[in-house]
Design a protein around this ligand. Structure first.
Ligand code: ATP
Ligand code: MG
Length: 510
């Protein structure tokens, strides 16, 4: 007879159903595992055998065959140990065969029969719930699984023995409680930043409309400092965003203590990051930095120091909000809707353009440095801003700057306006101006007459690309929202165009 236990295989953040089939027949003793399993899965045999012996169960000296169906879907990871062990235990009568009906099972086994945490429990629980199943997972992941639904059955034993006792009615396992991480250390505050009014304004606009922002300036101007303060003015994650962020973190195995957190992700990879680290990939097609920054901020400090090919690989996720990793036999897509925040010096010595300073290498220094950034990549950044060195008078001033809390209140107000507008247009899936597409922009951001004249003239003089034109409209719409203005006026467009003009200067220098 064949015992069946339901488990899952991950495709991006989706959990696809997989059937573990266990058959014990007479014949020479053997343990075979088939069904397109990778190395970690085939090693399950040894862990399962040892864990069963440690739990006081011996495998019969017969021919054991385990099949992971469907056989054409690749199976990766260590979470197949527990379903295989339970299939075998049902086959030898150690647990009642019908007890496992209606459960999806994931978990890794230690040699002593304890259950070790695995990645991807949240998507597995959501997938199980959608099929009307409960979930059996390691105790350490119980809190994560409990998020899927308040009324689905979750069994989170810490060892095989505990599970056997539960099924035998000797020691009933209680349902784990969903856990949310306490707020953690306070975020750095904008009140620490002296002067830099223009950069603070750009940061506020970027936060309000979720626009990409590039700061260019000399060393020590406070660019990295400003960027690190962006999360403190962003609104907290909405419940649906929280779930999306946690799904990616769960698959990547980075959920801290299996508790979810409502803070927006802030990822700041080092400039030596490889393409696989950035967009995802590697042996098990893991999500990359762009996906870990989903619904949050990806901060690239010292932008031109990144490999040009790595930067260009961001072009597709920046446009589509998705990172697609193509493998030889399958294709994986992870969500990657992130806000790009970047900082750079104008040249290698960092002082190009400074009044009264002439670089020994002249304009070539800046040209070569900036040429590492491609035009199409820069075209995707809505706000470009040159940040001068902090004025000495600002540094010695005693009065504190405006705090993050009051900026965050204005950002939240502007975001509420955007959400209302998108909901009225029948697009509740959109939440920020940066997400609006071309035709929608014509509707929500068409400028008044004076604005149209300015825009026509600017598009001609600045040779705006179609994308550039739309990005100017998006920023202008956000500026109007920050002002509480109904329609986009000339002043909004003029400011939006100013953020674009410095982009043109960089591209011309490159
Ligand atoms: N506007 C500012 N207000 C207060 N302190 C500042 C300001 N700008 C810089 N500083 C101080 O200088 C330090 C360095 O700033 P930061 O690292 O942000 O510079 P940067 O512009 O990123 O320089 P680099 O181009 O070298 O990376 C900060 O840790 C802070 O102590
Ligand atoms: Mg810096």
């Amino acid at each position: 007879m064949v015992q069946r236990v339901a488990t899952v295989a991950f495709e991006g953040v989706e959990a696809r159903p997989v059937d573990v089939q266990v058959q014990i027949t007479s014949g020479l003793p053997a343990f075979n595992l088939v069904g397109l399993a990778d190395k970690a899965v085939t090693e399950a045999k040894e862990r399962v055998r040892a864990a069963l012996i440690a739990s006081g169960l011996a495998l019969p000296a017969k021919r054991i065959t385990v099949n992971l169906a469907p056989a054409d879907r690749p199976k990766e990871g260590s979470h197949y140990d527990l379903p295989i062990a339970l299939g075998l235990m049902a086959a030898i009568g150690a647990v009642p065969a019908d007890a496992l009906h209606g459960f999806t099972v994931v978990g890794e086994l230690a040699l002593d029969g304890q259950l070790a945490p695995v990645a991807g429990v949240l998507p597995a629980a959501i997938g199980a719930n959608a099929r009307g199943h409960g979930l059996i997972c390691p105790a350490a992941c119980g809190a994560e699984a409990a998020w899927a639904s308040p009324d689905m059955a979750v069994l989170a034993p810490s060892s095989l023995i505990q599970l056997v006792n539960h099924f035998a009615g000797r020691q009933i396992l209680s349902r784990p409680e969903p856990r949310i991480e306490s707020e953690g250390p306070a975020l750095p505050d904008l009140a620490d930043v002296r002067g830099q009014e223009a950069a603070r304004r750009a940061l506020e606009i970027a936060a309000a409309g979720r626009h990409n922002l590039l700061l260019i300036g000399p060393p020590g101007a406070g660019k990295s400092m400003l960027a690190q303060r962006l999360p403190s003015i962003l609104p907290p994650l909405s419940p649906s965003e929280l779930l999306e962020v946690s799904m990616v973190a769960s698959v990547a195995g980075t959920l801290q203590g299996c508790a979810l957190t409502s803070r927006r992700p802030f990822r700041a990879p080092h400039h030596s990051a490889s393409m696989a680290a950035m967009v995802g990939g590697g042996i098990r097609a893991k999500p990359g930095e762009v996906s870990l920054a989903h619904n949050g901020v990806l901060f690239l400090d010292e932008l031109p120091e990144f490999q040009p090919a790595v930067l260009d690989s961001l072009r597709q996720p920046l446009e589509s909000g998705e990172a697609v990793i193509a493998r030889a036999n399958h294709r994986v897509a992870y969500p990657a809707r992130f806000q790009l925040m970047a900082a750079m010096n104008p040249c290698r010595c960092g002082r190009a353009g400074e009044p009264g300073f002439s670089c020994r290498r002249g304009p070539r220094c800046a040209g070569e440095y900036q040429a590492r950034l491609s035009g199409p990549f820069l075209d995707r950044i809505d706000l470009h801003l040159e940040v001068p060195a902090v004025a000495a008078s600002d540094l010695v001033r005693r009065t504190p700057s405006e705090s993050s809390a009051s900026v965050a209140a204005r950002v939240a107000q502007a975001r509420a306006l955007q959400q209302e507008r998108f909901a009225a247009l029948g697009r509740p899936d959109l939440s920020t101006n940066a997400q609006a597409s071309g035709p929608m922009l014509e509707e929500i951001a068409s400028p008044d007459e004076a604005g149209t004249r300015l825009l026509t003239e600017a598009a001609r003089v600045m040779h705006l690309s179609a994308r550039g034109y739309h990005r100017v409209l998006k920023v202008a719409r956000t500026l109007a929202d920050l002002n509480g203005a109904e329609s986009v006026g000339r002043a909004h467009l003029a400011e939006a165009l100013a953020y674009r003009a410095s982009a043109d200067r960089i591209m011309a220098a490159a």
